[in-house]
Design a protein around this ligand. Structure first.
Ligand code: ARG
Length: 260
């Protein structure tokens, strides 16, 4: 009798352990997939990736395009005092220290507009107060070419991992999404102003979200776009909207030549 009881117990214990490990595994998978379809990554996969702090608080993404210049979204820098800005480079987790630089100049084009949340000419250059030199950090080359419909691009950021979330992701994330035609983007976002200075990209369940703004969209090691805006995050009907570097080239080239 006692023997039967102990064997029943051991079966129960084994079962319990099984259930616990299984739930642990599914929990982990959930964690990895929580950015609207993306996955956690690390800074070695995007060594040009920086984040913008406002009053010390994580605010936006950005990319290092020269040792002294960060490319980000206009709406991340518009009407923000540059003394409140800090750039952090070389980190995977927002809790790390990395390399910190102050902003000497925050340049937003005169053409920049917010049209009820939709963005026009959404680009900015932040000139740093020092040269960033670190073996972990690299610059990313810009491409002024257009991407054809169907091209898969990478997006990087520490933004929210779902629309309802209130906090950014501690760890850097990446997702791959597909460029869609401007016509279908305008159809999907017909209530909004989809500017000529943008392109759109999406894949079911994958998207950038608040906090990802200013980050780069990357194809074959070059930057083609900047995270700009969307309606909610990863909603079935709505693609994400990205600033097209090709379409803001006049301002971007002039500014880089003058300040970077
Ligand atoms: N405007 C957001 C930001 O400031 C980016 C939103 C992108 N949204 C989207 N659904 N793709 O971080």
């Amino acid at each position: 009798m006692l023997k039967m009881l102990t064997s029943k117990f051991s079966i129960l214990i084994v079962l319990n352990i099984l259930i616990l490990t299984l739930s642990q595994i599914t929990h982990d998978i959930d964690d990895v997939n929580k950015i609207v379809g993306g996955q956690v990554t690390d800074i070695t996969r995007a060594p040009y990736m920086v984040n913008l702090r406002l009053d010390g608080k994580f605010a936006c993404g950005g990319s290092l395009i020269s040792p002294t210049c960060v490319l980000t979204a206009g709406h991340c820098a518009y009407k923000v005092e540059r003394s409140k800005m800090l750039i952090q480079a070389g980190v995977t987790n927002l809790t790390e220290t990395g390399v910190i630089a102050k902003v000497r100049r925050a340049l937003v084009p005169d053409a920049y507009r917010d049209v009820n949340g939709a963005q026009h000419y959404d680009v900015a250059i932040l000139v740093l107060n020092k040269t960033i030199e670190d073996r972990r950090i690299e610059t990313i080359p810009i491409s002024y070419s257009s991407l054809s419909t169907g091209t898969k691009i990478n997006i990087f950021g520490w933004g929210k991992t779902k629309e309802s979330s209130k906090v950014p992701s501690v760890q850097l994330k990446r997702a791959s999404i597909e460029v869609i035609s401007k016509a279908s983007c305008k159809r999907a976002l017909s209530d909004y102003f989809v500017s000529k200075t943008t392109f759109c990209a999406t894949l079911p369940g994958r998207d950038t979200c608040q906090g990802d703004s200013g980050g780069p969209t990357v194809y074959q090691g070059r930057q083609y776009g900047i995270v700009s805006w969307g309606r909610g995050c990863a909603r079935v009907a709505y693609p994400g909207v990205y600033t097209s570097l090709k379409e803001v080239r006049p301002w971007l080239e002039k500014t880089i030549n003058q300040y970077c």
